[in-house]
Design a protein around this ligand. Structure first.
Ligand SMILES: [Fe+2]
Length: 259
């Protein structure tokens, strides 16, 4: 009975899934057929960057709409503004605005933008599904962000468009560990360590700072990231600020050997 309850914990379920993915990837490596094609950058690195995806009036229009929301000049029942630092204790000084995808004014002004983001991201992988939700992330003086972590064990895709200048570390750029989205021995080790110290299952704290890429950027840059990879924000200075729009995609399951 006790063994049964241990086997049913989320830790063990996720560990089993990780082992399954490792087996799949090992089979792929041993296979004579390789599926390395134009879509491989996201699959191989876990990350794609498109500089100046937005510019000119399209960019300034999105910046001013987001500015209205954050400065409390625009109100909508579709939007929920959450101070994540207070609610979850994980991301101090972070405001998360939920529900843009349901907001009438956003849909009227930015449906074409959402379609463009979706088309671009889907052109990078057949696993990227339709946009599910759109949020605003606003962080200020966040000098102690959550450690490197994954959002899930299997592929999950998000795109981020910077709306403010993040060309210095002081403003807390998004960080990513390339290739860390793949199932690996290190990942299993991470699960086991988290299980032993009863930490958050998805934390990847043992990876260390050396393998972390800080994705510096300017307004309009787009980052497409596989959230199964280790990621997090760089600590901001006391005057640091970063605003971005996040697009969360559904994932399409493909029975191919592409990792
Ligand atoms: Fe995350």
């Amino acid at each position: 009975m006790m063994l049964q309850s241990i086997l049913n914990t989320s830790y063990v379920r996720e560990l089993k899934e990780c082992l399954r993915l490792m087996l799949r990837d090992t089979k792929s490596l041993l296979s004579k057929t390789k599926y390395y094609n134009a879509q491989s950058e996201l699959a191989q690195e876990g990350l794609v960057i498109k500089r100046a995806f937005l510019s000119g009036r399209k960019l300034s229009s999105l910046q001013s709409f987001v500015g209205e929301i954050l400065s409390d000049k625009y109100h909508s029942n579709s939007l929920e503004i959450v101070d994540r630092g207070k609610k979850f204790g994980q991301d101090p000084n972070m405001i998360d605005v939920f529900g843009l995808e349901n907001d009438a004014k956003f849909k009227k002004k930015f449906t074409r933008l959402v379609n463009d983001v979706q088309s671009f991201c889907q052109s990078n992988s057949e696993r990227v599904g339709p946009v599910q939700n759109i949020n605003i992330y606003f962080t200020r003086s966040a000098n102690d962000p959550r450690c490197l972590h994954s959002d899930s064990i299997s592929n999950q895709y998000k795109a981020f468009i910077y709306l403010t200048d993040v060309s210095s570390l002081e403003n807390g750029p998004y960080c990513f560990v390339k290739k860390s989205h793949k199932a690996s021995f290190r990942r299993i080790l991470s699960f086991l360590m988290n299980f032993l110290i009863r930490s958050n299952l998805y934390d990847r704290w043992f990876l260390g700072a050396r393998s972390k890429y800080a994705l510096l950027g300017t307004p309009g840059d787009l980052i497409l990231s596989d959230q199964a990879g280790a990621h997090g924000a760089h600590p901001q200075s006391n005057n640091g600020c970063r605003i971005l729009v996040m697009f969360n995609f559904g994932t399409i399951k493909i029975n191919s050997q592409e990792a």
